[in-house]
Each structure stands twice: as structure tokens, then as C-alpha cells.
Design a protein around this ligand. Structure first.
Ligand code: ZN
Length: 148
């Protein structure tokens, strides 16, 4: 099995059996995102506990890449801090821009091949951009004060 085949398997697995799909009754922030170029739509629920993303869930419809990516993203950032989650969003976008695999992204590293298809990049980044916006909206001043 080639690496490309393996990645294809990982993507299909997340598409067929999405993790964290549904809604969160205890969500502290909920945001919709869409990618009109492809018709992808999703709603992301996040339950914040202090600085940590205690739980995430998403609902939506769209292409396999957008849904697999949402499943991968929620799996990756669940339980992480706000700061770490933002860092991972940045790393994911960099990977799709530069086409260099980033193993810190876990299963989401399998989406590196999307960088070769510019029209699909927005499909892959939809969930991540929505997460970034949700964190900004819920941040009330964003980053915690330093040194206090
Ligand atoms: Zn799409």
C-alpha cells in the first residue's frame, strides 16, 4: 500500500465513521461555517471549560474532504487548550499551503495531498477556520494576560 493509498484510507474512514458528529447540549459556543464554492456547510459546537476545549461536536453536509476534515479536527483539538488549538489550526493551514506533511496533526496529516488541488483547500480548511472564528468570538479579548 502506498502512502497515498494509506492516506486515502484514513480520509475515507473519517468520512464513513465521523468522530464527534452531533450536537453538544452544553456547548458554550456554536458557530456555522460554509464553503459556497463546494456547498459544504457545518455547525461546530464547542464546550469550553476555562482555557480548555472540553468537548466538540459538528453537524453538517458537504463533500468527503470537508466532513473527514471536521472529524479529524475535532478529534485532534478535543481536550487541548485554546492556545494549542489555535496553534494547530495554524499548522494545518501551513501544511495545506506548503504541501509538507505535519505529523503533529495526527490523522489530519493525511489531508496533505489536498494542497495539490487548490479548489479543494477550502473544503479541507472549513472546519478549522470555523474553529478559529469560534475561539475568537468566545475569547473576549483573546489571549490571556501575560505575566499576571
Ligand atoms: Zn467540499
Amino acid at each position: 500500500m502506498s502512502l497515498a493509498d494509506l492516506y486515502q484510507e484514513v480520509i475515507l474512514d473519517h468520512y464513513r465513521a465521523p468522530r464527534n458528529r452531533g450536537s453538544l447540549p452544553g456547548a458554550t459556543v456554536s458557530l456555522r461555517g460554509d464553503n459556497p464554492l463546494c456547498g459544504d456547510e457545518l455547525r461546530l459546537d464547542i464546550e469550553l471549560e476555562g482555557e480548555n476545549l472540553k468537548a466538540l461536536a459538528f453537524e453538517g453536509h458537504g463533500c468527503s474532504i470537508s466532513l473527514a476534515s471536521a472529524s479529524m479536527m475535532t478529534t485532534l483539538v478535543k481536550g487541548q487548550s485554546r492556545t494549542r488549538a489555535r496553534e494547530l489550526v495554524g499548522r494545518f493551514k501551513t501544511m495545506l499551503r506548503e504541501g509538507a506533511e505535519d505529523e503533529e496533526l495526527g490523522d489530519a496529516a493525511a489531508l496533505v495531498g489536498v494542497s495539490k488541488f487548490p479548489v479543494r483547500v477550502k473544503c479541507a480548511t472549513l472546519a478549522w477556520t470555523t474553529l478559529e472564528q469560534a475561539l475568537e468570538e468566545s475569547g473576549a479579548g483573546a489571549d490571556p494576560p501575560a505575566g499576571n
